[in-house]
Design a protein around this ligand. Structure first.
Ligand SMILES: *[C@@H]1O[C@H](CO)[C@@H](O)[C@H](O)[C@H]1NC(C)=O
Ligand SMILES: *[C@@H]1O[C@H](CO)[C@@H](O)[C@H](O)[C@H]1NC(C)=O
Ligand SMILES: *[C@@H]1O[C@H](CO)[C@@H](O)[C@H](O)[C@H]1NC(C)=O
Ligand SMILES: *[C@@H]1O[C@H](CO)[C@@H](O)[C@H](O)[C@H]1NC(C)=O
Ligand SMILES: *[C@@H]1O[C@H](CO)[C@@H](O)[C@H](O)[C@H]1NC(C)=O
Length: 420
């Protein structure tokens, strides 16, 4: 009995302690953090900093912070740290709040919020650039002591409609901790920068960072509002087409081979699409392939054009864009040309044949007029008629022989003509 009672007591005691931990008394209030500041640490990048409230009671409780980004885009998260880095566009200003919370005990009341903000940079919205587009591309690197590939960046934009004529724009990109200013601009007729080319950058396709691009400007007449944009690399990367595409036919087998595009991604990261165009039948066949070779049964009487394009597959990165098609290569007989040649020969032969027939008909007509001369005068007597008929009969044999020999002669002539 005593043991049981003791156990019960211990149990209740334990529950009491537990509840005390779960429900701190009403006097135990959480105080908001202090000295909350927002610092710009890079292009489109800020650092939020705060300190724990020095008057906060420390009762061996587990405290953390809830961070709320209010602008430019709402976001909520929690941290045990007293700083937090944020990558976001800054040309519309930035504002955030932070509060102290019980870590993992969200049912309990948190502290009040403390807030801070970055003001929107000066300048009317119409002065900033519009429609910024950027693409990256990979090229083989000429400098052998560096990495074998280099990633270029190309961006274009339009001048803001309210930007004064003397406006000049400047583009910067940041990738991770690297920031660079553009050195090669293209200009419009008013010599305002409207495009930028970086032949080599610090962009790394294996990194998880987004590419930050910042375009600000200056003018004597107005403040030019800067513009920020963040790009996902997979969405802007222009893959090169496959290299060294070859196609060979052996009998009715068409075998196509190629090499992976110039890219930092290894061979297993690519899949391909092969386009086989039957020129004679005007028929396109496309095939998706994981490997670097493809064999197809073809119609030997047709000529084909073969093109291949590449895409980085899902195993290596999020879905991006297909490369351009490789230059077409042509295989197979140009049967069409051959058949047109034959067609010409046939037409010529047919024409000669018709000519021959026509000549024949003419000859026969001639004979006909000979055989049946114009209707004799009604005055001619029967004797006359008899004699003339006889004469024609006698002559007709000769004429027939003549005609026959002519047929043979003209036949040879025609044939000789058509041969040469
Ligand atoms: C907050 O900032 C003030 C003045 O900058 C400083 O004196 C104070 O020590 C800071 N508080 C904390 C908790 O760091
Ligand atoms: C920018 O893009 C928008 C929509 O994509 C289009 O309506 C607008 O005409 C473009 N502006 C210029 C200057 O091309
Ligand atoms: C490599 O060098 C050649 C000749 O100097 C040049 O034309 C080409 O643009 C270079 N390629 C790259 C990717 O820099
Ligand atoms: C544009 O931004 C860059 C990088 O933040 C800065 O160094 C430069 O002073 C700015 N230029 C103008 C004209 O605002
Ligand atoms: C592609 O072909 C060229 C010559 O046509 C050759 O120099 C190059 O090494 C080939 N590339 C590959 C990846 O085989």
């Amino acid at each position: 009995m005593i043991i049981m009672a003791a156990t019960l007591l211990i149990l209740f005691g334990a529950i009491d302690v537990l509840q005390a931990d779960l429900l701190p008394d009403k006097k135990f209030l959480l105080l908001p953090p202090v000295n909350f500041t927002i610092k710009i640490t890079g292009l489109a990048q800020v650092l939020l900093l705060w300190e724990p409230n020095p008057h906060q009671e420390q009762r061996n409780v587990n405290l953390g912070y809830a961070v709320r980004i209010n602008a430019p885009q709402e976001d909520d998260y929690e941290t045990k740290d007293t700083k937090s880095q944020c990558v976001t566009i800054l040309h519309k200003g930035f504002s955030a709040s932070v509060q102290t919370i019980f870590w993992n005990k969200h049912s309990l009341p948190a502290s009040s919020w403390v807030s801070a903000e970055l003001k929107e940079p000066p300048g009317s919205p119409g002065t900033s650039i519009v429609n910024l587009t950027c693409t990256t591309n990979t090229a083989a690197n000429n400098y052998t002591h560096l990495s074998p590939y280099q990633v270029s960046l190309h961006c274009t934009w339009f001048v803001g409609q309210d930007a004064p004529e003397d406006t000049q724009y400047f583009l910067y990109y940041r990738y991770g901790s690297w920031t660079e200013e553009c050195q090669e601009y293209s200009k419009d007729i008013l010599k305002r920068n409207i495009a930028c080319w970086f032949p080599r950058t610090f962009i790394n396709f294996y990194g998880r960072d987004r590419l930050a691009v910042h375009v600000n400007g200056s003018s004597k007449h107005a403040a030019i509002k800067p513009f920020d944009q963040l790009f996902d690399l997979h969405a802007i990367d222009q893959i090169n087409p496959p290299m060294n595409v070859t196609a060979e036919t052996e009998g009715n087998c068409l075998s196509i081979q190629w090499k992976k595009p110039v890219s930092t991604f290894p061979t297993h990261c690519f899949h391909y699409e092969v386009k086989i165009y039957n020129i004679r039948k005007d028929y396109i066949q496309t095939e998706r392939i994981m490997t670097n070779a493809f064999i197809l049964i073809i119609d030997v009487t047709s000529k084909y054009s073969v093109q291949v394009r590449a895409e980085v597959n899902f195993a290596c990165r999020e879905k991006g864009h297909w490369s351009e098609w490789s230059q077409p290569i042509y295989v197979g007989n140009d049967e069409q040309k051959l058949s047109t040649e034959w067609l010409i020969v046939l037409i010529m032969a047919a024409m000669c044949f018709i000519l021959l027939i026509l000549t024949l008909i003419c000859r026969i007509c001639h004979l006909w007029t000979k055989l049946f001369p114009p209707v004799p005068e009604p005055k001619s007597n029967i004797k006359d008629l008899f004699v003339s008929t006889n004469y024609e009969k006698a002559g007709s044999g000769e004429t027939e022989i003549e005609v026959l020999s002519y047929v043979e002669d003209s036949g040879f002539e025609v044939l000789e003509d058509s041969v040469f």
